[in-house]
Design a protein around this ligand. Sequence first.
Ligand SMILES: [Zn+2]
Length: 452
Amino acid sequence: MEESKFSEEVIEQIKDIIPWGLSDENNLLIDKLILNDNLKTRYKTYGLCRECYQPNTSCDTSDFGYVYWCQSCNATRFEQDFKNWTSGDHHVDELVQKSQLKAKNYKEVIEWYNYQFEDVKTLIKDKSGITYTASWYGDLCMLEWDYVRNSWKRYNPGRVILRYLHDEPDNPVEFLKKVESRIAMNGSPNSARLYGITKDPKTGNFMMVMELKHIINFRDCVKNSNNNDRLKLLRDIARGLKDIHNNGLIHRNFHCGSLSIELDHAFYIVSITDLGSSQPANPKSIQDDQVQVYGVLPYVAPEILVGNEHTQAADIYGFGMIAYEIMTKLPPYHDVAHDESLASRICQGLRPSFNCKVPPLILDIIQRCWDADPSNRPNANELYSLLYKFGFDAFFVQSSLAYRQVLEAYKINSSSFTGFKDIKLHPQAVYTSKLLTFKDLPNPQNADVDQI
Ligand SMILES: [Zn+2]
């Protein structure tokens, strides 16, 4: 289907009008000239491309001001440049080219970068791969087309992440599946941006080049958070999860270590990391009645512990545990060993206990996320809208139940809540991902916690 476009006559009449803050007279003219609602909205929101005079496909704010994007003009530019570069692997080339042709804004573009990194330091080494931080020199990342210089405007993002995945040596197809998952998240404000792909000349391994946020530790963030921070964290994590699920993806290893928290002018900005690379390709196997799962035990849904497939509902269970930790400042099951006995009790219905007053509406959301029956858990869209409404009411609507509940919890907790200060973790309480092996766990069920 051919996309509708402005005709030459329409362009002639509107090209000198600035679409923002239209006078009544110009508004009438626009309404008369542009009958296609989609084109009209794009024109009024994103303005006209300076090259083809069709409406832009996006206008984003960036650290460098507004960034306008015309998909059609930029796709043509990219296509003309395809012959000038190659990664040496046609699968990689195709994926990069696809993103460049499809991009409707600057964040959706990825590029192939020749290896131009220095001062490379290992940040995290785990089962799934190695994450490095590095300084970038050379072409740097793309922002928008510079009509004056007739070239791409680029900027230096400072230090970046280089991410190498263990399970893809000699298998770029597997690597590219993970890259595709990341590209899908590039438009989300709560996700570290993927800039492109490079190849380590020493090892020959492909690596993702990603944004490095000024990360602070999740526990430090929670420890220092106030009531407002905590409600905002809950809402923003739910939004990140909603974006993942609405892209048809499953995180599969959602725990507090999957969150990257950035402190920006006294506000916490949370991103969900490690999507699509958080576990080995075939982490779960059932052999001789044994179930093997890769994850952090307190955050793994009981149905996964007994060998079921990962689902979005299992991510929601993990969210319930993260929400528990944010509200209580206690890591779930911090005072017991994370072993088979705990896994068994979780299947029997054990859930963490609360050390403080949590607003009942939030408590109800957490407990729904923890339900042993995945179909009783809220989905990510519902979760986000519940938490968005709760946060809005608690901040702004004094007559609301949320406002009263937050105030009441605050009063009770300020007199009795000791918080995180004197928490001692059990020596066998493990909060990093590992391979968990279980046998003969009971079928998951809900239960009265006191009976377990
Ligand atoms: Zn254009």
